[in-house]
Ligand binder design. Structure first.
Ligand code: KG4
Ligand code: ZN
Length: 356
């Protein structure tokens, strides 16, 4: 099967053509980042994001089709992110996918963005179920038990800020550019990790939930005390912050792997990491060490497939298509759409469902 994937749920406009499920092959994977449009605001502005998607999406789709050397006759279905994400962007992507699917006479597959991340390691590493996924991006920080296509159990999540969001807010607070993660990592490399002892929130409690808002507030308090802060202090604060995040992730990963071994005593535990924060070297090292200590495999797909992209959406479409019936034109865009419908929201919930 050859599927066109479309991704527009945050600040990347992406289209890709993927073939599978046997001998999976990415025929094209076009991603256009909107970072330049959002930099001056220090974060993603939803309205700007939606407009930027509208402006370029048709060209990005055409590019993905051309690069794959495909005509519409070669395409078996169109898959698009239908949520969760910034609703303006999701609407642009899903409506475009519906139009394309209708015009070309192809089935439509409405993909959960998180499912795209969850199944990527099956595209890149031919991974069998079950496995653990740690998703750490600007919008999500959660441990998922991936049991099969459509069967996900959320084992733990942040109860406030996502990790990438905490990096971005910390950077803003310290006068560093957006996106904050790479900026904080660069400064941390020159910092003294021992100078500031920042909290490891929630680690005194059982379970796999995490919290990062308090960490950011603790950092702000320390910074305020020393104002005006010099460059070395910024570096030291970044080093302390990054170490605290890495420690929290390592400790929770250890518990997640124990839980996995308890549930699946005959399976070798595997943990897959996805999301932009996975680019952070200190966090990668901490996760690798936690996996090694538990005799588990650690898989980090190539960065281009770890961050938001449409190849993962096309692949999730292929996995869904292989199981049978797909979606119809009534499918609506969803700002919130937890993968694990059974776990209740920890950040409150409203008419549209759980926030995380
Ligand atoms: O997965 P992603 O590209 O987009 C979504 O949020 O869906 O993740 C972006 C996030 C941003 O918050 C960014 O600051 C963070 O990932 N990030 C990093 C690093 N590179 C990107 N965080 C820590 N260290 C990094 N090197
Ligand atoms: Zn994502």
């Amino acid at each position: 099967m050859t599927v066109l994937g479309i991704e527009t749920s945050c600040d990347e406009t992406a289209a890709a053509v993927v073939r599978g499920p046997a001998h999976p092959e990415i025929l094209s994977n076009v991603v256009r980042s909107q970072i330049d449009e959002h930099t001056e605001f220090g974060g993603v502005v939803p309205e700007i994001a939606a407009r930027a998607h509208i402006e370029v999406l048709d060209r990005i789709i055409a590019e993905a089709m051309a690069e794959a050397g495909c005509t519409w006759d070669d395409i078996d279905a169109v898959a698009a992110t239908a949520g969760p994400g910034l609703i303006g962007g999701v609407i642009v992507g899903l409506m475009t996918a519906k139009a394309v699917a209708m015009a070309a006479g192809k089935p439509l597959i409405a993909v959960n963005h998180l499912e795209g991340h969850a199944l990527t390691a099956r595209l890149t590493d031919d991974l069998d179920f079950p496995f653990l996924l740690l998703l750490v991006s600007g919008g999500h920080s959660q441990f998922l038990l991936v049991k099969s296509v459509g069967e996900y159990e959320r084992l733990g999540t942040t109860i406030d800020d996502a990790i990438g969001e905490a990096f971005d807010k910390t950077a803003k607070l310290l006068g560093l550019p957006y996106p904050g993660g790479p900026a904080v990592e660069r400064m941390a490399a020159k910092g003294d990790v021992k100078r500031f002892r920042l909290p490891r929130p929630l680690l005194d409690r059982p379970g796999l939930d995490m919290s990062f808002a308090g960490l950011k507030t603790a950092l702000r308090t320390q910074a305020k005390k020393l104002e005006p802060i010099d460059e070395q202090t910024v570096s030291d604060l970044c080093a302390g912050f990054q170490k605290a995040v890495a420690d929290v992730l390592a400790a929770r990963t250890k518990s997640a792997l124990e839980l996995f071994s308890h549930r699946f005593p005959d399976e070798k535990p595997v943990i897959v990491v996805a999301g932009g924060v996975a680019a952070n070297q200190e966090i990668r090292t901490a996760l690798t060490e936690a996996a090694e200590a538990a005799n588990a495999s650690f898989i980090a797909p190539p960065m281009k497939l770890c961050t938001d992209n449409a190849a993962m959406i096309a692949w999730a479409g292929i996995e869904r298509l292989a199981l049978g019936p797909v979606d119809d034109m009534q499918t609506s865009p969803r700002p919130r759409w937890p993968l694990d419908q059974a776990s209740s929201g920890v950040l409150g919930s409203g008419k549209k469902g759980a926030k995380v």
